[in-house]
Design a binder for this molecule. Structure first.
Ligand code: OGA
Ligand code: MN
Length: 284
């Protein structure tokens, strides 16, 4: 049976009681999905997973995306967050473009919010973690929404927001190769998302959010900054251990990486990203 231990009220829970590499039965998967809807961030400890096992596990949530951006694992179901060269396994120099690219992760964001179909959730597994630093932080956009007055909620109810990954990377000084840049579009989403299972509302914000449709840049930034500041009232910081798995709801939390000594310590995390495109698989 799945064990769910809340880490904060209504936000973040540790999950255990099950071997997640074994085939999962229907009731466990339903409980897992319910826990994600309720807590937005799920932490599993001491569950080693290799790439193949991670893909099998990910499919209980939906369809894993195949990346086509600048991530070194583009073309596979993985996004790789690492300071290790994908071919040699050696530590990459600090001034390398690949390290600059990863700086974008240090800004509050929602994975794939810049795609036509945004993401339901991400699953990040810790393969090698530094002995200190490198936490991942999460902040609830459900709480941000719930902190708004009734009047404010009405005012934003129908707004659409544009997301563009080029904005976040530009902010850190990363310029895409023209070949890669042309893979991207400006995606439009409803600012307010209603979770179809719980009916609870959350906000699609974060660094990729570059403007509100029909609003000036200045007015958009003011609103988006205010909403992000509200989310930041509820930060959960996950300190990684090897063989941790963290699953987060990309419709209800923003997250960010934090620094570690990347010239000294090795870090390798593998992410699968579940698309919101298509319904969750039916369970037999
Ligand atoms: C990610 C991400 C943060 C980290 O995998 O999507 O933002 O701490 N990771 O590696
Ligand atoms: Mn991310």
């Amino acid at each position: 049976m799945l064990r769910v231990t809340p880490l904060a009220k209504d936000f973040c829970a540790e999950i255990g009681g099950v071997d997640f590499n074994a085939p999962l039965n229907r009731s466990v998967v339903i409980d897992l999905r319910d826990a994600l809807d309720t807590y937005s961030v799920l932490v599993i400890r001491d569950q080693p997973m290799d790439d193949d096992q991670q893909v099998v596990f990910s499919k209980y949530f939906g369809r894993p995306e195949v990346g086509k951006g600048a991530n070194p694992a583009a073309g596979s179901p993985f996004s790789r967050q690492s300071n290790l060269d994908i071919k040699t396994g050696e530590i990459i120099q600090a001034n390398d473009r690949r390290m600059l690219y990863q700086k974008g992760n240090m800004l509050w964001h929602m994975d794939s919010s810049f795609k036509v179909h945004s993401s339901l959730c991400s699953i990040l597994t810790a393969r090698e973690v530094p002995p200190e630093g490198g936490n991942t932080e999460f902040a609830s956009t459900r709480f941000a929404y719930e902190s708004l007055s009734k009047l404010q909620r009405t005012a934003i109810a129908e707004l659409e927001v544009e997301h563009d990954i080029r904005r976040s990377r530009e902010l850190t000084g990363y310029i895409y190769e023209p070949e890669t840049a042309k893979n991207f579009i400006v995606a439009r989403h409803k600012l307010v998302r209603t979770n179809p299972s719980t009916g609870r509302k959350s906000l699609l914000i974060g660094v990729h959010a570059c403007g509100i449709v029909g609003w000036s840049n200045e007015k958009s930034r003011e609103l988006l900054n205010d909403l992000l500041a509200r989310a930041e009232q509820s930060v959960f910081s996950h300190q990684w251990r090897n063989n941790d798995i963290v699953i987060w709801d990309n419709q209800a939390v923003v997250h960010r990486a934090t620094p570690y000594d990347a010239s000294r310590y090795r870090r390798l995390m593998q992410r699968t990203t579940i698309s919101l495109d298509g319904i969750w698989p039916s369970l037999s």
